[in-house]
Write a protein that binds this ligand. Structure first.
Ligand SMILES: Cc1cc2nc3c(=O)[nH]c(=O)nc-3n(C[C@H](O)[C@H](O)[C@H](O)COP(=O)(O)O)c2cc1C
Length: 366
């Protein structure tokens, strides 16, 4: 039977050759938000990974919306020119399509790079003031954020619009809004971090109000020819947090605002919550979202083997699988998945002598 993982899919007018996505992964290596030669190498490598789509790391819409001093941004002309250079180069090197994830880190901003220690910037590390729905820190050792005002929300919304316009000028094939992992939008959506008593807190509708207003504003400038999606929370993994029911409701609300796909992830709302450690821990939630909200659904989280990925899409639990660490471990993951599943995958002509011509004689000798 032919592989479903390696069958094509279209999201609006974006045609993808297979169902494999490289998940966005912060590199913490930008210069004041600008991509550089590290990104040229990293994304160039992934352009030839065999995944039909590579989503560029969380790219922040304002300078103070970055997680760390090394995080990528699209808040200046320099950021735009630097990312345009990288994307046009890696497109020439490989066949993958490229998306970008637009983000604002909220109360998780002003942090150290992970390898410097998973906590807020110290006084001598050039920290900045963070914003959040409520003035509650992410955890011990994190900044106490300032409660966002209407003016902050308007500024951030405009920054999302402006970053989306920059992404369109760069020519990204799709745009994904980061509404998960405890960053600003998710922190408004979750009752754990949002304890406001105004029209932005309390009921699910109120907690969705600001994130949905961002979606509406961005959708107004992104043409139908460029799919707009969102990474959402399947569960906060806490009894007082967002649930799979909320994920379904959020996906429906996002779809009504013109969101064309969701990527179901989870966790990250506080420093002390942990995601499950089972393979594909978000898959059952994604399956519910896909079925009940009727939206193109990708999912992520401990998807590692080709057989596991094939089962997820062939059983209709998700339309696409998104893999992060497996691609860092093996930048040709999708080539090896194609081999395991007896499928075809795009390789650049320079590397065409790899594949059946390499493996078949070795296999015949066994
Ligand atoms: C180095 C690294 C950086 C990450 N940066 C981002 C990011 O920019 N945006 C995001 O939504 N998730 C980010 N994540 C989470 C991954 O996209 C993914 O959801 C998570 O690692 C689970 O998938 P995996 O088990 O395939 O690694 C990052 C993960 C890693 C390992």
């Amino acid at each position: 039977m032919s592989s479903v993982l390696f069958s094509p899919i279209s999201i609006g007018s974006l045609a993808l050759g297979n169902r494999i996505v490289v998940s966005p992964m912060c590199q913490y290596s930008s210069d004041d938000g600008s991509a550089n030669d590290w990104h040229l190498m990293h994304l160039g490598m992934l352009a030839n990974s065999g995944a039909a789509l590579v989503v560029v790391e969380a790219t922040h819409v304002e300078r103070h919306g970055r997680i760390t001093h090394g995080c990528m941004g699209l808040y200046s002309d320099h950021n735009e020119a630097a990312l345009a250079r990288v994307i046009s180069s890696v497109r020439r090197a490989g066949s993958a399509k490229f998306g970008v994830q637009l983000a604002h880190a909220g109360r998780k901003a002003s942090a150290q790079r992970p390898w410097e220690g998973p906590t807020a910037l110290k006084a001598d590390g050039d920290p900045w003031e963070t914003i959040a729905p409520s003035s509650i820190p992410f955890g011990e050792g994190w900044h106490k954020p300032r409660e966002a005002t209407e003016a902050d929300m308007e500024r951030v919304r405009n920054a999302f619009v402006s970053a989306a316009q920059r992404a369109l000028r760069i020519g990204f094939d799709e745009i994904e809004l980061h509404l998960a992992h405890g960053y600003l939008a998710h922190s408004f959506m979750s009752p754990v971090s949002n304890q406001r008593t105004d029209q932005y807190g309390g009921s699910f509708e109120n907690r969705m109000r600001f994130p949905l207003s961002i979606v509406r504003a961005v959708r107004a400038v992104v043409p139908k020819s460029v799919p707009l999606g969102a990474r959402i929370t399947g569960s906060d993994w806490r009894p007082d947090g967002l649930t799979p029911d909320d994920a379904v409701a959020a996906a429906k609300a996002l779809k009504a605002e013109g969101i064309e796909f969701v990527c179901v992830s989870s966790g990250g709302i506080t420093g002390d919550t942990r995601n499950p450690a089972e393979p594909g821990y978000n898959v059952p939630i994604a399956a519910r979202v896909r079925k009940e909200a009727g939206i193109v659904t990708r999912t992520v989280g401990l998807i590692v083997t080709p057989e596991q990925a094939e089962a997820i899409v062939s059983q209709g639990e998700a339309d696409q699988v998104s893999l992060a660490r497996a691609f860092l471990d093996d930048p040709h993951w999708a080539w090896h998945a194609a081999k395991a599943l007896h499928a075809e995958v795009a390789r650049p002509p320079q590397y065409a002598r790899v594949g059946p011509k390499l493996w078949a004689p070795a296999a015949a000798k066994q």
